[in-house]
Design a protein. Sequence first.
Length: 303
Amino acid sequence: MHIVNICICTYMREQMLSDCLQSLVAVHVPDEVTVTVSVIDNDVSGSSEGCVSRAAEALPFTVRYMQEAKRGIPCARNRAIEESIQHGADFIVFIDDDEIVTADWLVNLYNYSVQKGGRAVVHGKVSQRLPDNLPPSIQGLYKGGKRFSGEALSACATDNVLIPIHLVTELELRFDESNPLAGGTDTIFFTQATSKGVEIFQCNEALVYETIPKQRATLKWLAKRKYRAGITDAWRKSQRGRSKTSIVMSASFHVVASALKMLLMALLMRGLARNQSFLKMCRYAGVFMGVFGARVDSYRHIN
């Protein structure tokens, strides 16, 4: 019998968290698996406690609520790790508080891990639910590159992922808390895991839906996200042995090329292609600035 601890880190988003927890009511449980749920509230006022208590009445699992006083998502994730170890979990599953799981999600995630020997990280698929009436030039930005089931990944996010406990016990991996309000710490965590020989596989059958609020479905918000991702990319390139000069030259080329393409697409009135080029330019601007130590406190404000 294996124990799977589903961990949800949250901060002042009670309605989204409530919807997320409600979706777990109908989730199918794999054979010979005991499921527990840990909600880590990063709000010291405990704003989500009531929401979790109400949800726990309907859930067929043990639900644990805890507060993490240290502000920042890597701190909350590390608290989830410690709770999972303390309660004897064999696998940690992270989902976001703005996600809705499908009925077969956990069965597919877990069974794929078993097929891979139980020691690989398995990342599921995240499909966005967008606000109504988005213009095509914004809506199309969410139709990014497709990963296929079985694809080996060099890193992933904690938005829908199963982690075997050996990553955090034998390998002693933790999320970096040095810049707790910055983004990209999950990418860094899994990059470190693969550097230690851990395999990461994609499993599209393990599906969750992410709710995108209106304030995030904007070019401005996506540009900030791409810039932050570029900063993380600079770190990853450096870790792989690329020199600063090489990274800067490559990033500079892509910034200029993307800017020129953006202007051309604007002249041709191709809104989606213009926006795609703009976001690519923002990402490589992040790579460029990341070489020089730039950082973005993505989680200082919640939206």
